[in-house]
Each structure stands twice: as structure tokens, then as C-alpha cells.
Design a binder for this molecule. Sequence first.
Ligand code: GRF
Length: 202
Amino acid sequence: MLRVGVLVSGSGTNLQSILDAERAGELGGARVLCVVSNKPGVRALERAKAAGIEAIVVNHKQFGSREAFEDALVNVLRPHQIDLVVLAGFMRVLTPHFLSAYADRVINIHPALLPSFPGVDAQKQAFDAGVKLTGVTVHFVDEGTDTGPIIAQVGVPVRDDDTAESLRKRILEQEHLLYPRVIRAIAEGRVRREGRRVFVSE
Ligand code: GRF
């Protein structure tokens, strides 16, 4: 069974889609064993509690360095013997310090077709750039920002009558479909990485 830890910072709608897939038996047997937020009082923590999952705050503001913060994250994850760390709306950059503890076992979801539009507010970046197609990327996390090997992508067309908000909503819907599918593929051993290229077998 793939043991999953989810890192969050906000509303947790991606977390919710993963929990719903697990409950529906559509996560390849993977189980979310803990949820960690760097921010207190966010909705994602309520969603975890409602699902009976350990929900912990590790507030990055309470640590003197990124490394100390990341050590605290690892200390929360370690007892659960986590196999896969899933970043779901997690808004902190993780350094090689954390990534060395979970080499090749941290994934993230980004609301654009990387390498286009990395960083924050990717949906609005794409909208303002006037692209006709944007989308969602799930990738392995490396020491860069949104630069790790791409696992899966799905396109989201930009409509003439779109606003930045209507586009953001449509992208989010696709995030909620793609993330559980990728976690299921990893849980079922169907994801293989060769350098920068990742292969997902059906
Ligand atoms: C989503 O757009 C996700 O792509 C980004 O954070 C946003 C909020 O995610 N990383 P969530 O609702 O907290 O899962």
C-alpha cells in the first residue's frame, strides 16, 4: 500500500479530490496517512480532520531557517513511513535538504502547462499572455520552482468569453481529475522516470 503524506497551505480542494478518490477505491490502494499545513486555520486542515486523518500545523514562521522548518516536516512524516509526499496547494519552496529525504518521491500540481508560466498565479499569467491553450501539470519536485520532470499534463482551452476567474475554475476542475489519476498510477507501479522523461503505462 502506498503511504501518502499531503502538504497543504490553503483551501485543500486538491486534497479533497484525493481523499474522495481514496474513499471511492480509485487511488490504487494508496492511503493518505497525514496532512501537514504550514499555515494554521486553513480549510485543508478541516477537510483532513473530517476524513479522520491526522492534520498537523508546522508553521514555517516559527523556524529560524528553511532547513529547520523542513526537519520539522520530516519529523511529522517519518512515523508514518511515508512513501510519497504530495504537495497540494502547498506554497513553500522545498530545498534539497527536504528533497534528499524523499528523493524522487515528492510530486506537485501546477495550474499551467510547464515549463510555461511557472510560479504564482499561473492561471492569470496564461490568461494575460493570451494563450489559446493552457492546462495542468503534475510533476516530480526538484530543487527548482516548478522545474521537476513532468509526469502528466492535461490541456484546458481558453475561451473568448473567459475571464481570469472562469479560466481558474475550469483549470481547478481538471486538477481534481488529474491528481488522483497520477497518484493511482504511482500506487500501481505504472510510473517510470528516465532522466527528464517520465513514462506512465496504462
Ligand atoms: C490550486 O490552483 C493549485 O493548482 C495550486 O494551489 C491552488 C489551490 O489548491 N497549487 P487547493 O484548493 O488548496 O488544493
